[in-house]
Each structure stands twice: as structure tokens, then as C-alpha cells.
Design a protein around this ligand. Structure first.
Ligand SMILES: NC(=O)c1ccc[n+]([C@@H]2O[C@H](COP(=O)([O-])OP(=O)(O)OC[C@H]3O[C@@H](n4cnc5c(N)ncnc54)[C@H](O)[C@@H]3O)[C@@H](O)[C@H]2O)c1
Length: 243
């Protein structure tokens, strides 16, 4: 029970890796604030946690809109008092070459995947006590990628850079910050990717489960990772290591 008496906020908590992370943190004792856009899916996650005697609440939030982010975090803090763990997980992808990509799409990807992470840090950090932790979900696309996903790959590379940069501003004993870079994981986002559907993005090895990533997030957020700060843990079943 590494998160007993602790509160965690997870963005994109209603599906895939975010949902699995909410369940994992709750299983280990955390009170979980589930942020997402879909109220019905949010209610399902909260009900699943409560059925297992855990504590959770859903907060509707469109991360593309800074005022929603501010409002959601204030509501979470009003309900739970403070935050021990922040998991910045939600993200979007586009599937167009850069030359055909409307700038509005570029802005949306960068706003949801990167700016919202920075804004959440601004809002949450002042309330986070000693021993707290932030985990951002990056991607193997920060390291190797395919055509047509430039803003996503750029947002994930920048996420890892932001994690590194913020680790220089955060004393390790106060708040640690790290990223997890998943490989192919069985979620709606993986199968919605046309590059995966048409084989441009080859998935030759094992496909991970959302729970595999949630386990890594829980590790990095816990005191077991007390000396890990400013780094990215690749969790990809060995995919990036292949020649
Ligand atoms: N599935 C994979 O293979 C894979 C691989 C590498 C990285 N990732 C990363 O894992 C994270 C979770 O993705 P997933 O695979 O669980 O997919 P998913 O589609 O299940 O989750 C993405 C979540 O982000 C939320 N979201 C998108 N736009 C939002 C917005 N404007 N406001 C609020 N929420 C918004 C969605 O509602 C959804 O809940 C993402 O950061 C993704 O980049 C996934």
C-alpha cells in the first residue's frame, strides 16, 4: 500500500493507460482524482475503484482549454486538500504530413500533450508536499517515429525535455519528476493509428497491456523511486533496443 493517505490526479483517466493507472494507484491506497472528458467512462472508473473499497472522484476537463484545467484542479484541491501524485497521461495524435497539417491541429496536439502538462505543474506544484511525485507519459515516438505524426513526436520529445528541465527546479526531496515512454500498448490510441493499421509502424514484438505501464508509473510515483529524478523510463518490451 505505497499510496495510503495520498491523493493522485490522473489526466485521461477514463481509458487505456490512464484508467489502468487510476485503478493501480487506488489498489495501492491512493484517493484518485480521475480527469477526463467522458462522464460516463469516468463514472465507470470511479465505480470500479469504489467497488474495490477505494476512493475516487471524476472531474470533467478538456485539457485544450486552460480555464477548464484551472477549474478542475481547484475542484480537486477543494475536495482532497492537497496532491501527492500528478500523472500527466492524456494525449492526442494527428495523422497528416506536416505540409498538410492545419496549424490549428498542431496547436491542439501541443496544447493537450505539452501545454496542459506545464499548466498542471504550475497549478499543482505549490500544493504538493515533500515526497510528492509527478509522472508524465511520453512515448517511444520521442525517440524513433514514423511519417505523419510530427506534432505528436515533437510533443513527446518536449515532454521528456520538460521533465528534465523541471527536475532542475524541483528539490528531489520535495517533488520528483519523471516520464514513462511506453511502446505499443493495447489501447484505443494504438489501434486508431493508421500507420499501425497499414503496417508503416511495425509492431513485431509483444504488445504491452495498460497495466504494464501503470505498474511503471506507480513505481516512479512511489518512494521506491526516491533517487530517480528527471529521467525517462522506456517501457516497451525491448522494442527500441532492436537493431
Ligand atoms: N497505446 C500506446 O501504444 C501508447 C504508446 C506510447 C505512448 N502512449 C501514451 O499513453 C498515453 C495514454 O494513451 P492511451 O494509449 O491510453 O490511449 P487512450 O486513447 O485510451 O487515452 C488517451 C486519453 O487522453 C484523453 N484526451 C485526449 N484529448 C483530451 C483533451 N483535450 N482533454 C482531456 N483528455 C483528453 C482521451 O480522452 C483519453 O482518455 C498518451 O499520452 C499516449 O501518448 C500510448
Amino acid at each position: 500500500m505505497r499510496f495510503q493517505h495520498k491523493t493522485a490526479l490522473v489526466t485521461g483517466g477514463t481509458s487505456g493507460i490512464g484508467r489502468a493507472t487510476c485503478l493501480r494507484l487506488a489498489t495501492e491506497g491512493a484517493r484518485v482524482a480521475v480527469l477526463g472528458r467522458n462522464a460516463a467512462e469516468g463514472a465507470e472508473v470511479v465505480a470500479t475503484i469504489k467497488k474495490a473499497a477505494g476512493q475516487a472522484a471524476f472531474y470533467r476537463c478538456d485539457l485544450a482549454q486552460p480555464a477548464w484545467v484551472t477549474r478542475a484542479v481547484h475542484r480537486v484541491l477543494t475536495d482532497f486538500g492537497s496532491l501527492d501524485v500528478l500523472v500527466s497521461n492524456a494525449a492526442v495524435m494527428t495523422y497528416l504530413p506536416l505540409l498538410k497539417l492545419p496549424l490549428t491541429e498542431w496547436d491542439n496536439v501541443l496544447n493537450v500533450n505539452l501545454r496542459a502538462f506545464a499548466q498542471l505543474c504550475q497549478l499543482c506544484l505549490p500544493t504538493m508536499p515533500a515526497g510528492s511525485a509527478i509522472v508524465a507519459i511520453s512515448s517511444v515516438h520521442a525517440h524513433q517515429t514514423t511519417p505523419g505524426v510530427a506534432p505528436y513526436a515533437a510533443s513527446k520529445g518536449a515532454t521528456e525535455a520538460l521533465v528534465r528541465a523541471l527536475s532542475r527546479e524541483l528539490p528531489i526531496a520535495q517533488t520528483r519528476i519523471n516520464a514513462v515512454a511506453p511502446g505499443a500498448v493495447d489501447t484505443p490510441m494504438l489501434w486508431a493509428n493508421p500507420n499501425v493499421q497499414n503496417g508503416t509502424e511495425k509492431i513485431e514484438g509483444a504488445i504491452g497491456r495498460p497495466e504494464d505501464i501503470a505498474a511503471a508509473v506507480a513505481f516512479l510515483a512511489s518512494a521506491d523511486a526516491a533517487f530517480i529524478h528527471g529521467t525517462t523510463l522506456v517501457v516497451d518490451g525491448g522494442r527500441l533496443a532492436q537493431l
